[in-house]
Write a protein that binds this ligand. Structure first.
Ligand SMILES: *Cc1c(COP(=O)(O)O)cnc(C)c1O
Length: 647
């Protein structure tokens, strides 16, 4: 009996240790920001409501339910509660800070539509933001058209950025007509002249914001969003000219907002502090000159700690939401108090921070590409070349005492073999034997060296050389565009088996016919790593991996490389009364082959007819029997209707 209890205890301790080591390998708590962690059951836990920590969803159970419903992977999983939670967190934190600081203005945030334009996302954000008068920001005509239809809360703002033609400006004035608080942010001086003309001819008074080109530069990948050479915004000279012009036109009273945006993913809090200092100086001076400003829009830039390092790495940041908000509120309060100017209402346009966490891509590993591939029969033949014989001898005599020497020898012999082959001294058969033995020896050396306490530096590269590529059923270009385009690091990890030590070092390759279609930047224990530890694939067991924090930009920036289209989507809503704490609210079908072909101007119906005609021809010639022919036609048509990814 006593023994039994003891056993249980040790089992429990072993498991617990693994959960901790899984956390160490994948850093879930750090990038998970309270929404993701490693569960005792060895799967990822999702706690989608920051105000209800007991509500916990096992991601493996979500994946099982998706599979049981017959929905094909890869799948985008959206957690609507995480979106809600982030909207609430941002607004509550602003309100709390405003109260604590005795700040006199309000917070009236807007969500920038470009970060995730999906209707369901916009609807959820508008719904969650209603009681905070949280609005939308549009940066283009189509986004404005969406905002006019969806931002129906009369008390929230609709901020209009981006370059504007007359039609865009007219749409903005339509917003004014239907009592939306649309603020037209002037990005370029010429927009002002067309706006003045248009508003006079339509007899609608606009509300104007002026975007200032700041001197401070954001740090990180988007630092060119500000500074003298920035694409958007007015220089100080242009701001003063704009004010003069509006005064002449008797429209000075329409200038209500000062706008700046120094870049996305601001990794260093110092850039934010500097931006607040600079913008608050401009604000107080303009107000003192009699410009009737009421709002300051601090733009986007609130960063997401993708790699969990809490550093100024490009994919990280050295601050959190609380600190960001405190810097804005206290910064403006101090500058305004100093100049006896009243505190402006604060607008911010955080997009990444609102949406990144709410969606992830889950896909299956469908194969492993091992260095060396399938082994070849290496049986000795009489008269074989001495290089083959020498390598065979190395393999046969390999031991703890000579593995380092063997490594040097085998590496050299392999190079010699390549030379010999080029000189037609080695046959293909001999080369195949050498390759097979080479990889076997490397694997054996790796095993032997792992038993040693000290591993010589040059043997450490063996693990890299032997690392596998796991083939994942997805397209980097569709689902993780920034990973390909700008080396963004996204958290990637297995969904389950987290209480098992991962034994393989891997990189990931996707199913596109493009050698760029791979991911080889991962969160490492210390720095960014080229490989990620994953588990050995088991026969008859699906191995799922998740790509996390894809809700900002990645969700909507994907392209049609290789005609892999949009993914199947599953919307998860948490529900306390459910035994699993969730239900699938909606399934949105991804692109069918037909859809993607049509986008590229094909007509699938005609294509089906062409193939049918060819099959009919073969039937008439007696080459295909009629029953078989009909099956082939059905098969082609079913493929047209099917999913673009691998089955
Ligand atoms: C892109 C953009 C944003 C959103 O930035 P995030 O870093 O995603 O918060 C906000 N405002 C403007 C003007 C933008 O161009």
């Amino acid at each position: 009996m006593k023994n039994h209890t003891n056993n249980n205890n040790t089992a429990h301790i072993a498991k617990k240790c693994s959960v901790e080591s899984a956390e160490k390998i994948y850093r879930v708590n750090r990038w998970g920001d309270g929404y993701f962690n490693v569960g005792e059951h060895g799967s990822i836990n999702v706690t989608p409501r920051y105000d209800q920590p007991n509500l916990s969803i096992n991601l493996q159970e979500v994946v099982d339910e998706i599979a049981a419903e017959g929905i094909d992977f890869p799948v985008v999983i959206r957690f609507h509660d995480i979106l809600r939670s982030q909207v609430e967190r941002l607004n509550r934190t602003f309100r709390k800070t405003i109260e604590e600081a005795d700040y006199e203005g309000r917070y009236l945030g807007v969500f920038p539509v470009k970060v995730n334009q999906m209707r369901e996302v916009i609807e959820e954000i508008v719904r969650a933001g209603k009681r905070f008068d949280y609005g939308l920001e549009a940066g283009s005509k189509p986004e404005l058209i969406a905002a006019l239809a969806y931002n129906t809360n009369k008390n929230s703002l609709t901020i209009l950025n981006g370059y504007k033609d007359e039609e865009y400006l007219k749409l903005a004035l339509l917003g004014q007509k239907i009592h939306r608080n649309t603020i037209i942010v002037i990005e370029k001086f010429s927009e002002l002249t067309s706006l003045i003309k248009l508003s006079k001819s339509l007899n609608i008074k606009p509300v104007i914001g002026l975007r200032v080109k700041m001197m401070v530069k954001g740090r990180g990948k988007w630092e060119s969003s500000s500074g003298e050479r920035a694409k958007f915004g007015l220089s100080i000279a242009e701001i003063l000219n704009a004010i003069d012009l509006l005064e002449q036109e008797e429209l000075k009273d329409t200038i209500k907002l000062l706008h700046f945006h120094i870049g996305s993913q601001l990794t260093d809090i110092r850039a934010i502090k500097e931006a607040i200092q600079e913008s608050s100086l401009i604000y107080t001076q303009l107000v003192k000159q009699g410009v009737p400003l009421e709002y300051v829009d601090v733009g986007g830039g609130l960063a997401v700690d993708y790699d969990g390092s809490q550093s100024t790495n490009d994919s990280s940041c050295n601050y959190d939401m609380e600190e960001y908000i405190a810097d804005i509120i206290y910064g403006f309060k101090q500058s305004c108090d100093l100049e006896s100017v009243s505190h402006p209402h604060i607008v911010s346009e955080s997009g990444r921070a609102i949406t990144a966490h709410h969606s992830c891509v889950v896909t299956k590993i469908i194969g492993e590409i091992q260095p060396g591939g399938k082994s070849y029969n290496t049986r000795k033949k009489t008269g074989e070349h001495f290089i083959v014989t020498n390598i065979r001898e190395i393999e046969n005599s390999l031991s703890v005492d000579n593995f380092q020497e063997s490594y040097n020898d085998v590496t050299q012999l392999k190079e010699q073999a390549m030379q010999a082959f080029k000189l037609s001294v080695l046959t293909l058969d001999e080369l195949a034997k050498i390759e097979t033995m080479y990889w076997r020896i490397l694997k054996a050396i790796e095993k032997l060296s792992q038993k040693e306490e000290f591993i010589p530096e040059e043997l450490k590269e063996i693990s890299e050389i032997l690392s596998s590529q796991y083939l994942a059923n997805f397209s980097v270009f569709q689902s993780a565009a920034d990973s390909w385009a700008i080396d963004q690091v996204l958290p990637i990890m297995p969904i389950s088996r987290l209480n098992e030590t991962p034994s393989k070092l891997c990189s990931l390759v996707d199913i596109t016919c493009d050698s760029d279609g791979k991911i080889d930047k991962f969160i490492g224990e210390e720095a960014i790593a080229q490989h990620i530890p994953l588990h050995q694939l088991n026969d008859n067991e699906d191995y799922y991996i998740g790509i996390f924090l894809t809700g900002a930009y990645q969700d909507v920036m994907g392209d049609m490389h290789n005609l892999f289209g949009r993914l199947n989507e599953v919307h998860i809503v948490s529900y306390d009364d459910d035994p699993k704490d969730f239900y699938i609210e909606e399934v949105v079908k991804g692109s069918s082959v037909k859809n993607v072909l049509s986008t590229m101007q094909y007509t699938p119906e005609i294509m089906a007819q062409v193939v049918k005609k060819e099959i009919d021809k073969q039937i008439q010639r007696g080459k295909i029997n009629p029953r078989e022919g009909v099956n082939w036609i059905d098969f082609y048509e079913n493929c047209l209707d099917g999913y673009t990814y691998l089955k």
